[in-house]
Design a protein around this ligand. Structure first.
Ligand SMILES: CC(C)(COP(=O)(O)OP(=O)(O)OC[C@H]1O[C@@H](n2cnc3c(N)ncnc32)[C@H](O)[C@@H]1OP(=O)(O)O)[C@@H](O)C(=O)NCCC(=O)NCCS
Length: 219
């Protein structure tokens, strides 16, 4: 958890606040009953990840002076962030994190935490754009980085523009020295407003153990 906290501290810009937590092993209660309605029948591990994710989200929101409040989800599972705020939650194997910012400072944000040891060669084939192939080769960790970055991009754009891009609709350019990325190409069939925003989006990432965490945001 400390490693994730440090990694996030290294990638969030000043206007974005991050928080981390570990999901409990034993069944926890929802902090706000109303926000967990869609998960009453879910397995304990999923409920606990949700609860820890919400805990992170409220901690991140407190960093931008937002008082604690319920964060319910819409029918698609997207958290309803308080007015004038944006944020994103991610979890993987009980490790949870969230970011938040004011909507004045940040237009949209997506956060994604992934294991780097799980992407099959077949899944890699679905994720990697031809322009990214020479960077990735057969390296599972690099493939996982692209997977994570594209998930972060998806989570940043979806609440605002509702687009459903495929992984290969995006070709990312990766700078492994600064650990930053940018959109090199985006498919022409996607909405013009998203295409225009995507090339201005910023990406930062860190590898930590067998995880990678990626942040994507637009000021
Ligand atoms: C929704 C999705 C992005 C979640 O990513 P994931 O790696 O499976 O899971 P994570 O733990 O990182 O994120 C889950 C959290 O994201 C948030 N979330 C769920 N749906 C979301 C959406 N449509 N937009 C933004 N955030 C969403 C929720 O907070 C959720 O956690 P919670 O239910 O506990 O609150 C993923 O399942 C998905 O549908 N991806 C679409 C395909 C894609 O990414 N394509 C990329 C093309 S460029």
């Amino acid at each position: 958890m400390n490693e994730l906290q440090s990694a996030l501290q290294g990638i969030v810009p000043a206007e974005i606040v991050a928080a981390v937590a570990i999901a409990a092993d034993k069944a926890e209660c929802f902090e706000y009953v109303e926000e967990g309605q869609h998960l009453v029948n879910a397995v304990v591990a999923r409920r606990n990840e949700f609860i820890a994710g919400r805990r992170c989200a409220r901690a991140a929101l407190s960093g931008i002076a937002q008082a604690p409040c319920a964060l319910s989800a819409d029918e698609g599972g997207i958290p309803r962030w308080p007015e004038n705020t944006v944020g994103s939650i991610s979890h993987s194997r009980g490790l949870c994190c969230a970011v938040a910012a004011t909507a004045d400072a940040v237009t949209c944000v997506g956060l994604d935490l992934e294991k780097t040891t799980r992407l099959s060669p077949r899944a890699m084939e679905r994720v990697v754009h031809p322009l990214e192939a020479s960077f990735v080769g057969e390296d599972q960790a690099k493939g996982s980085l692209l997977f994570s970055a594209k998930e972060a991009f998806f989570k940043a754009q979806f609440p605002k523009w509702g687009a459903q891009p495929n992984f290969k609709d995006l070709a990312l350019q990766i700078d492994t020295v600064s650990e930053q990325m940018s959109v090199g190409e985006i498919a022409p069939h996607l909405p013009e407003v998203l295409r225009e925003a995507a090339v201005r989006m910023q990406f930062r990432y860190r590898f930590l153990g067998d995880y990678v965490v990626t942040l994507c945001w637009l000021n």
